[in-house]
Write a new protein. Structure first.
Length: 365
């Protein structure tokens, strides 16, 4: 039996606004003890640098042409990851045996067999004097998978920790929305469309704001159902065969010409309807749907989802789990599983050919 160790998980999501950090004790199986979480917000200069850089990187050629800027940004965000790591370790007076370092996703192209996360694991390991596991997606892609989603195995054991007996669908409303369905030993997962990414992009470009707080702007606008239905046919066709998605699979062009409030109303409802269309066939009536991720705070998005799904929606926070940190907790947990060579991805989650482990380790000298 593998021993329980302390792991630190670090996650910088597609919103590119900061870093989530989580400490937990785990043996990589059912033993999960969440110690604490912490968030570090990027300053406006770094946020803008990241946002503008990511917008112009759409191919490997783009990356090669802008590689010097990539290395400079990578160093900056790695130092920020080191900063929050030291903050959370000091806060809880802990030492981590392993760090799970996701990095900042820049390009995710599973059909082209690559996924690039910005972040220097060797530098982070040196700064923290701790073993670091990174490149969680690489082995999955190498074996025919799509490299995402990777959090389902954590959701599966979190369900057991919460002692939920019924079938559960964890609905993560991050930049990209994804679900994990867990029922007894059955586990399946899929990226299903935009969560917050289109709404956040519109707010950043037009309002110079990070997001639509509470969905207030969207709530004041009007939905054009004909527009939504037309774009849904196109977008659903493009995503239904994919298990993993990138924010660059979508754009906001279809709301051009609309007033800001109507544009946000349509982006919000489009995101909700796409989520519903992609998972309705996987939901059993008795399934408990648990909302995670930043989008659960967008009241307009949640209300749109309630209209579509009915009232069987629950907030992860109702179970005394902070829904802002599920993914950083997951990467702490995945780091433990990787260290112990346990499986982290499965045919039913990433389309990989067989269940496999993943991650590469940087060991301190």
């Amino acid at each position: 039996m593998d021993k329980t160790i302390i792991a630190l998980g670090l996650m910088s999501g597609t919103s590119m606004d900061g870093i989530d950090a989580s400490l937990l004790r785990s043996d990589g199986q059912e033993n999960i003890d969440i110690i604490g979480n912490l968030y570090l917000k990027y300053d406006s200069e770094l946020k803008n640098l990241l946002f503008n850089y990511c917008r112009k990187i759409n191919t490997l050629d783009d990356l090669k042409k802008n590689f010097e800027q990539y290395k400079n940004l990578e160093r900056k965000i790695t130092i920020q990851h080191s900063k929050i790591s030291k903050m959370i370790l000091n806060k809880y007076n802990m030492e981590a045996q392993i760090v799970g370092f996701h990095g900042q996703t820049l390009l995710h192209k599973p059909k082209e067999n690559y996924s690039i996360q910005m972040g220097n694991a060797k530098l982070l390991s040196q700064l923290l004097n701790t073993n670091v596991i990174y490149q969680f997606r690489k082995n999955d892609l190498k074996h025919g998978g799509e490299g995402a989603p990777l959090t389902p195995i954590y959701h599966h054991y979190l369900k057991k920790k919460l002692n939920i007996k019924t079938a559960v669908l964890f609905l993560n409303l991050g930049g990209i929305a994804n679900y994990t369905f867990s029922n007894n030993n059955l586990l399946s997962a899929k990226d299903i469309g935009p969560g917050n990414c289109l709404m956040d992009m519109y707010m950043k470009i037009t309002k110079k704001l990070d997001y639509d707080k509470n969905g207030d702007l969207a709530a004041s606008g009007k939905v054009d159902n004909l527009l939504i239905n037309n774009i849904l046919e196109h977008e659903y066709y493009n995503t239904k065969e994919k298990n993993s998605l990138d924010i660059k699979d979508f754009d906001i062009n279809f709301v051009k010409g609309l007033s800001p409030k109507d544009a946000m109303a349509n982006l919000n409802y489009f995101s909700a309807k796409m989520i519903y269309n992609n998972i309705k066939k996987n939901i059993r009536k008795e399934s408990k749907i648990i909302l995670c991720g930043g989008g659960r705070k967008n009241l307009t998005l949640v209300n749109n989802l309630k209209k579509l799904f009915g009232n069987n929606l629950h907030n992860i926070d109702d179970f005394k789990i902070d829904g802002d940190f599920i993914e950083s907790q997951a990467f702490a947990y995945l780091a433990v599983r990787s260290l112990y060579k346990k499986t982290i991805s499965f045919p039913s989650t990433t389309n990989v050919k067989k269940a496999i482990t993943g991650g590469e380790i940087i060991k301190i000298d």
